[in-house]
Design a protein around this ligand. Structure first.
Ligand code: NAD
Length: 688
C-alpha cells in the first residue's frame, strides 16, 4: 500500500509510503484521494495532515510511469490537488526531506504548510525538458512572488525551507521547525481547525512585474541555446501574475502536454536513464563489493593532479600528493588553495572548510608516504618511460590490495599494468580538465583489471560526484577517439569551402556551448599540431592537415597567443583576416570555391562523425553500450543535453539516412561508414 492512514485525536494523518522517494505514481495518487475521502467523511476528524514517510515528503512524479497509461490514469495529480483545494476541512502538508516537482505541487495544493528548516523544496521539471504540470507554475509565483519563483522554476534548483521562509511576504510556509514537521503540523492543525474560509494558494495574487524582467528573459533565451523548457517555464510564471488562475492552469497543461510528447524531453529522459545504466557493468553482479578507500595518493601536482586531489578532499578523504621537487609541490598546493579561495570569495565555501580540506592534504617527496594508500592515482608527464618508472616504484612500495590508477590520456594502460606484479589492481581513471569541475570520469578497464577494482572505481566516482563510464583500452578511449573524428569532419568542411565561424555558429546553434574551432583556440592548437607532427614523422604518407598546420606555422596557437582560428581581444573571438587569407590561398591552390553550407548540413557532418566513430568503438568492444557513448558526450564534451547525445541523435535522424549522409559527406574518398551502423540501418535496428 502506497499510503498509510491513521488518526491522532481529531486529526487524520495521510502518509505517503512509496519507497524509495515517495514517487506520486498511480496507486499513491489513488491512496491520497481515498485517505482524504475517509477523513472528510469522518465526523470525528477536524483536520488532515499530509506527509511522507522514509524521510521524504515526495520527490515528485514517478518517472518510470512516463509514457505509460498509468501516468495519465485518474486521479491525475491535478485531480488530487483539486480535491485538496475543494476539501471542506483544513489540510496541512508536513514537509521533511525533499519536496520536489509534483511533491511540491501537491504541498501547494494543501491549505497550510509546515516544514523542517533543512527540507528542500523545488520544481526540477526543466531538467527533464518539462515545465511543472500540476499547477506549479501558477501556484509557486502566487506563494513566493514572481522573482523567486521564476528563478526556481527555470533553474530547477531546490532551496531549503530556511531560505524560503525568510523571503519577504512569502505565503509558502506557515511554520518552520528544526525537527519533526509531522508533530508540529498536528499541533498547528489543532490551532487552525476552525478557520474558515480556508486559505488557498490559487486565490493569492502573485507579486512581481514580469515586464521588468525582459532582460532576464533575454539572457535565459541566450543561455538555453534552443532548449525550450526554461523559457516556457518563465512565460508560464509570468502568466501567474497577469492572468486568472484557471486560465493559467489551462495554459500550463497545454504547454506541459506539448513538451512531454516532444523530442527534447524524450532526449532528457534518455540522458537520465543512460546515466543510471552507465553505472552497471555487464557480468559483474552485486556480489562483487568495492574495496574500501579511506586514503588516496596522487602522483604529480600539476594541472590534473591538483584537480584530482581536490575531488577527494571535497568529500573528506585524506590525500597524500607526491612530486619530484619541492618547488613543484609548493606550486601545486598553491593552486589548490587558490581554487578553494575563489570559492570562499564567492561565498560558496566557508573559510574554515577551506582549512579543513587543506589539512587533509599531505605533501611529500617520498614514495614511502604512499605505502598505506588504498588508491594511488598517477598524473605525471604523458611519457611512457616516466609512467613505467613510476608504476615500478608504486608496485614496490604500496601495500598489497591497493588500486594503482593512471590518468593517462593516450598511453596503453595494459602496457603500464605490465610493469607491475599486480596488473589486476591497475586501472585507468581518466579525468577531464579541470578535474575538480568536469563531471566525466572514464574508467579504463585493462585486459586484466579485476572486477572489484572496476566496482571500486565506479562507486568512488559516484562518491566524488563524477559520472563514471567504463571504456576499453584503445587510442583516445571513448571520448577523445570520437572527438578526433569530429574535428576531422570540421577540417574537411574547411577544405570544402566553409569558414571556422560558419562551422562554430552552426554547432552552437545546435546547442554546444562552443564550436570546434573556438574550443581548439581555448585548448591550444599546438597540442594537436605536436601530435600530427609525430604522426607525420612516423608515417611519411599520413595525410596532412594542411590548413591547421599552416595556422600553427604562423604561431597562431589560440587564446594563449591572442591569435588562432580567430583574433582575440581578451577572450572574445573576432573573425581573422589572416585566417581568411590562409583559407583563400588554400582554396585557390586546390580549385575549391568558397561556399555557404546549410547549418543543418554542418551539424550533421560533425555530429554524425561522432556517431560513426562511436559505432566503431561499440563494435570493437571498447564501450559497453551505445548509451554510454551518449553519457560521455553529455558529461564531458558539452553535447547539448536536450539532444540526448550522438547515438541518440542518430537514431532520431534515422540510421538509413545517417548511412546515406555519411557516404555523401565522404564522396570521392576511400571510406565506408562503421559496419555496425550499416548493419543496423539495413536491418531496421537502432542504437537505443
Ligand atoms: P602537468 O605537466 O601539468 O603535470 C604533471 C606533473 O607531474 C608536474 O607537476 C611534474 O612535476 C610531475 N611529475 C613529473 N614526473 C613525476 C614523477 N616521476 N613523480 C612525481 N611527479 C612527477 O601535466 P597534466 O596536464 O597534469 O597531465 C598529467 C597527466 O594527466 C598526463 O598523463 C596527461 O595525459 C593526463 N591528462 C591531462 C589532461 C589535461 O587536459 N591536461 C586531461 C586528462 C588527462
Amino acid at each position: 500500500m502506497a499510503i498509510h492512514y491513521e488518526t491522532q485525536g481529531r486529526t487524520a494523518l495521510i502518509r505517503i509510503d512509496n519507497p524509495p522517494v515517495n514517487g506520486l505514481g498511480h496507486s499513491t495518487r489513488e491512496g491520497i484521494v481515498s485517505g482524504l475521502r475517509s477523513a472528510l467523511d469522518d465526523s470525528g476528524i477536524d483536520a488532515i495532515v499530509l506527509t511522507g514517510g522514509n524521510g521524504f515528503f515526495s520527490a515528485g512524479a514517478d518517472i518510470t510511469e512516463f509514457g505509460t497509461p498509468k501516468s495519465g490514469a485518474a486521479p491525475t495529480l491535478n485531480e488530487v490537488i483539486a480535491a485538496l483545494d475543494a476539501a471542506g476541512k483544513p489540510v496541512v502538508a508536513a514537509i521533511e526531506g525533499t519536496c520536489l516537482g509534483g511533491g511540491l505541487e501537491l504541498a501547494l495544493g494543501a491549505h497550510y504548510r509546515v516544514a523542517t528548516a533543512a527540507s528542500k523544496l523545488g520544481l526540477p521539471e526543466v531538467n527533464l525538458g518539462l515545465v511543472p504540470g500540476a499547477g506549479g507554475t501558477q501556484r509557486l509565483p502566487r506563494a513566493l512572488g514572481f522573482a523567486t519563483a521564476v528563478d526556481m522554476i527555470t533553474s530547477g534548483a531546490p532551496r531549503t525551507a530556511r531560505v524560503l521562509a525568510a523571503i519577504d511576504g512569502q505565503r509558502l510556509l506557515d511554520r518552520v521547525v528544526d525537527t519533526d514537521a509531522v508533530a508540529a503540523a498536528i499541533d498547528f492543525a489543532a490551532e487552525i481547525a476552525a478557520t474558515r474560509p480556508l486559505p488557498r494558494v490559487r486565490d493569492l495574487i502573485a507579486a512581481g512585474d514580469p515586464a521588468a524582467a525582459a532582460p532576464q528573459r533575454a539572457a535565459l533565451v541566450a543561455r538555453s541555446r534552443g532548449f525550450l523548457a526554461p523559457i516556457a517555464a518563465f512565460d508560464l510564471a509570468a502568466t501567474a501574475v497577469t492572468t486568472a488562475f484557471d486560465e493559467g492552469l489551462a495554459a500550463e497543461r497545454a504547454i506541459f502536454t506539448g513538451l512531454v510528447a516532444g523530442e527534447q524531453s524524450a532526449a532528457l529522459r534518455h540522458a537520465f536513464f543512460a546515466e543510471r545504466a552507465a553505472r552497471k557493468i555487464p557480468g559483474i553482479g552485486p556480489d562483487v563489493r568495492p574495496r574500501p578507500v579511506a586514503k588516496v595518493g596522487v602522483l604529480g601536482a600539476g594541472t590534473m593532479g591538483g584537480g584530482i586531489a581536490m575531488n577527494f578532499l571535497n568529500v573528506g578523504i585524506p590525500v597524500t600528493i607526491l612530486e619530484t621537487v619541492p618547488e613543484a609541490l609548493d606550486r601545486g598546493l598553491g593552486v589548490i588553495r587558490r581554487n578553494y579561495q575563489i570559492q570562499v570569495d564567492k561565498g560558496k565555501l566557508a573559510p574554515e572548510v577551506l582549512e579543513q580540506r587543506m589539512a587533509l592534504l599531505t605533501p611529500t617527496l617520498d614514495y614511502a608516504d604512499l605505502a598505506d594508500s588504498d588508491l594511488v592515482i598517477e598524473a605525471v608527464f604523458e611519457d611512457m618511460d616516466v609512467k613505467r618508472t613510476v608504476f615500478t616504484k608504486l608496485d614496490e612500495v604500496v601495500k598489497p590490495g591497493a588500486i594503482l590508477a593512471s590518468n593517462t590520456s593516450t598511453l596503453d594502460v595494459n602496457a603500464i599494468a605490465a610493469v607491475t606484479s599486480r596488473p589486476e589492481d591497475v586501472v585507468g581513471l581518466h579525468f577531464f580538465s579541470p578535474a575538480n569541475v568536469m563531471k566525466l570520469l572514464e574508467i579504463v578497464r585493462g585486459d586484466r583489471t579485476a572486477d572489484d577494482v572496476l566496482v571500486t572505481a565506479m562507486t568512488l566516482g559516484t562518491r566524488i560526484g563524477k559520472t563514471g563510464v567504463v571504456a576499453g583500452v584503445c587510442d583516445g578511449f571513448i571520448g577523445n577517439r570520437m572527438l578526433y573524428n569530429y574535428r576531422a569532419a570540421g577540417f574537411a568542411l574547411l577544405r570544402a569551402g566553409a569558414t571556422p565561424a560558419e562551422i562554430d555558429s552552426a554547432i552552437e546553434g545546435f546547442g554546444f556551448a562552443m564550436g570546434p574551432f573556438r574550443v581548439a583556440d581555448l585548448a591550444g592548437n599546438d597540442i594537436g599540431w605536436a601530435i600530427r607532427k609525430r604522426r607525420y614523422a612516423e608515417d611519411p604518407d599520413a595525410p596532412r592537415e594542411e590548413i591547421a598546420d599552416s595556422l600553427c606555422e604562423l604561431g597562431r596557437y589560440g587564446q594563449k597567443t591572442a591569435a588562432g582560428w580567430y583574433d582575440y581581444d581578451g577572450r572574445t573571438p573576432k573573425p581573422s583576416p589572416v585566417v581568411a587569407d590562409l583559407l583563400a590561398a588554400y582554396w585557390d591552390k586546390h580549385g575549391t570555391k568558397p561556399q555557404t553550407f546549410d547549418p543543418d548540413e554542418i551539424v550533421q557532418r560533425l555530429v554524425l562523425a561522432l556517431t560513426d566513430e562511436g559505432a566503431r568503438i561499440l563494435e570493437e568492444g571498447f564501450a559497453q553500450r551505445a548509451s554510454d557513448l551518449d553519457v560521455v558526450y553529455l558529461a564531458g564534451y558539452g553535447f547539448p543535453r536536450h539532444r540526448g547525445g550522438p547515438m541518440w541523435y542518430a537514431d532520431r535522424v534515422g540510421l538509413p539516412t545517417v548511412v546515406a549522409a555519411l557516404r555523401r559527406f565522404h564522396e570521392g574518398e576511400e571510406y565506408e561508414p562503421a559496419p555496425l551502423l550499416v548493419r543496423l540501418a539495413e536491418t531496421g535496428g537502432s542504437f537505443d
